[in-house]
Design a protein. Sequence first.
Length: 233
Amino acid sequence: MSKIALVDDDRNILTSVAMTLEAEGFEVETYNDGQSALDAFNKKLPDMAVLDIKMPRMDGMDLLQRLRQKTTMPVIFLTSKDDEIDEVLGLRMGADDYVKKPFSQRLLVERIRALLRRKDVVEGNVVEETEETKVMERGELRMDPLRHSVSWKGQDVTLTVTEFLLLQALAQRPGFVKSRDQLMDVAYDDQVYVDDRTIDSHIKRLRKKMRTVDNEFSAIETLYGIGYRYNDE
């Protein structure tokens, strides 16, 4: 049974979403501010977290920043209708997805399940030998999906589930272009719609992380208006 943490200062949302997730077979923990959630996460992490952005004591952005210092667990942001800047910033900071309020609880459940399925793949809970699970080496890049490990020039790089899957999809066929639509299919289930900006934000954060170990990293190339490709030269 997967454990989901819900963090929101709206008690009505906490109560209704918790009831829905429990009915779907999840174990749910609820928190009404970021600091309470962080205190609990420092003792034991859930399998994933759903965070509101605007909360007292510690907002969702601050909480995500603290979390990304210690874990790559999947995170979904809940954002208000007009919080486009917050959505992009959250994705760049390492959130895996976002859902706009007011939202369909069925849509939220589907996105949670999609992220947990991808988490199972990259962490090795799905162990069949496939192109997606075997160790891949492309030049200075080494990726081990069953251990969710990535290294560049021998140095480890910590990626979220979504970042890992995007890099894997690009590196599997060096020199071939992947459109944003193709990358959406890799990173998200068919039931989940995201726009081009979401993929672009993940790629920007992926590049930034790779450049923390090599400031000349340039293996991911942007083809404006077309998509992205991986070059292993």
